[in-house]
Write a protein that binds this ligand. Sequence first.
Ligand code: ZN
Length: 147
Amino acid sequence: METSLNGLRFRHYYYSVRSYLLGGNPGRRDPRVLLLAVADVVAGRVRASVSMGVCPYCGRSFTSRSSVKKHLTASSCCGLQLKNDVYAVVEAYVKLRSVLRGSGATRCGSRKCRIKVYRDGRPIYFKNAAELARWIKEVGLSFLSAF
Ligand SMILES: [Zn+2]
């Protein structure tokens, strides 16, 4: 089980998730469909709120998305809550990865890879990461209890 991450990889996940939640587009070179699916499920309301110009934590309205971003960087209280949400996403993603590794799916980005996930003791197979990502979005937070 992968329970801890080295600092570099953690920082990479952390900043990918943070910028995604603040309305950024996922990078084209490294789409990380699973990471973003987990972000949508665990903290999608943050992204939705920021895109409407509203702080997801204190409810203050701003004229633009970039002002919300500034507020979340400047306000220690709301900023801390954002940090917690980003951590929660990364934690759930690391848990997901450790399970995928345990089931032998080491190359889940590849097209040939079959991913096996157990739910209620029964295996469910996915062709690839994109398919697993769709399933995660479909079942919502309960995906966490599948592992
Ligand atoms: Zn706020």
